[in-house]
Design a protein around this ligand. Structure first.
Ligand SMILES: Cc1ncc(COP(=O)(O)O)c(C=O)c1O
Length: 377
């Protein structure tokens, strides 16, 4: 957070309108223009966006949605909450993403939606997914929580099609909490917009602003209270203006990590996709060689913590969470590559305000854990 972010929020606080209002509209417009989408709807989180989206698509019990288990579990939870069944295909352990070819093998007459996940700042190979969705008449919804600014074949994620972005604090730009549904489907957009605010035909700003002053409050279907606020939207506008610079700085830091890890045999790093893309380095993910270190990933992260290095696990495979294990639908061993990665991966600190010295400190701490372990072995 910099002075412009703080100033913007203070201005909104003094403006007399703090909830969904003119700043939200401006942020939606600016984000839509940035990704090239005809429609954008801001809401409280990407999770809320996925919830509204799946209901807007009319998902119901018995339907199947094909996705990846290597994701933040919210993607999967939202499918489950509609009563539909999440169906997982295994990932490529190099990129942590699923392929259209594997998805095609999992399609059944009950399949309705495919949700690929753009991972860590890289895009999935979208063309085969688009072709597959068209061939089987399925909806393609891109989980773009990691992909603000990511490009696929020279075009930003967010258009064409339907994508859902997250502005949670660890994302490349943040609004404290928040999400954005971008789509070129006007009917889907109207439905998501309605579902995010009680199912009302108009939202609060539409009613209070001059253009909608006389509009009555009319619930046309039951909906949620997932609306975004002008306080968050102000952050969205100032952060969006800096997103490309943030992403460029992340790329520099990631390159330095790459160089410093070249001689560390106990690690491998997530690989770049082979298709044309622009990576935004949302996460810097490494895999720990458990055999070589003789430590579990969690033991290794504990050692790093005692050296003041914070890390993240992105992600524990969704199907291994207690709830999904209890369903009995996803036995351990059913997604070998996802489970392999889930046991070994972790994310290193990476944010634009990091200095090169910070990166070197992280790598030094990691090398110290390894050296200490070797000396005990
Ligand atoms: C892949 C993925 N999808 C969805 C989400 C949900 O985003 P939000 O926290 O905005 O609901 C996240 C958040 O971490 C994520 O990583």
């Amino acid at each position: 957070m910099e002075d412009d972010d703080i100033r913007g929020v203070v201005e909104v606080l003094k403006s007399g309108w703090i909830t969904t209002g003119p700043k939200c509209a401006a942020f939606e417009q600016a984000f839509a223009a940035y990704v090239g989408a005809p429609h954008a709807c801001a809401l409280t989180s990407a999770t809320a966006g996925m919830h509204c989206m799946l209901l807007a698509l009319g998902l119901k019990p018995g339907d199947e949605v094909i996705t990846s288990s290597m994701t933040w579990v919210s993607t999967v939870n939202m499918i489950e909450i509609t009563g539909a069944k999440p169906v997982f295909v295994d990932i490529d352990p190099q990129t942590l993403m699923i392929s259209a070819a594997d998805v095609e093998r999992a399609i059944t007459p009950r399949t309705r939606v495919i949700i690929p996940i753009h991972f860590a700042g890289a895009p999935v190979d979208l063309d085969p997914f688009r072709a597959l969705a068209a061939k089987h008449k399925l909806h393609l919804i891109e989980d773009a929580a990691h992909a603000a600014g990511t490009e696929y074949k020279g075009r930003r994620i967010g258009s064409p099609g339907t994508s859902i972005f997250s502005f949670h604090p660890i994302k490349n730009m943040t609004t404290a909490e928040g999400g954005m549904v971008c789509t070129d489907d006007a009917a889907l957009f109207d439905r998501v917009k309605r579902l995010k605010f009680h199912g009302l035909a108009k939202d609060a700003w539409d009613r209070y602003s001059k253009k909608g002053a006389a509009a009555p409050m009319e619930v046309v279907e039951p909906g949620f209270k997932y609306n975004f606020t002008d306080l968050q939207a102000s952050l969205g506008l100032t952060q969006l203006a800096k997103l490309d610079a943030f992403n460029a700085r992340r790329a520099e830091l990631a390159k330095l990590y790459d160089e410093l890890f070249r001689d560390v045999l106990e690690f491998s790093t997530i690989k770049e996709p082979s298709w044309p893309h622009k990576h935004t380095r949302h996460l810097y993910i490494v895999f720990l060689d458990l055999e070589r270190t003789g430590l579990t990933r969690d033991e290794f992260l504990g050692e790093l913590k005692t050296r003041n290095i914070g890390t993240g696990v992105h992600f524990k495979a969704a199907h291994l969470h207690a709830y999904y294990q209890q369903t009995g639908r996803y036995p351990r061993g059913s997604l070998p590559q996802t489970e392999w990665a889930s046991e070994r991966l972790f994310s290193l600190p990476l944010f634009p305000k990091m200095t090169e010295g910070d990166v070197r400190d992280v790598v030094a701490a990691i090398k110290d854990v390894i050296a200490t372990r070797r000396s005990k072995a």
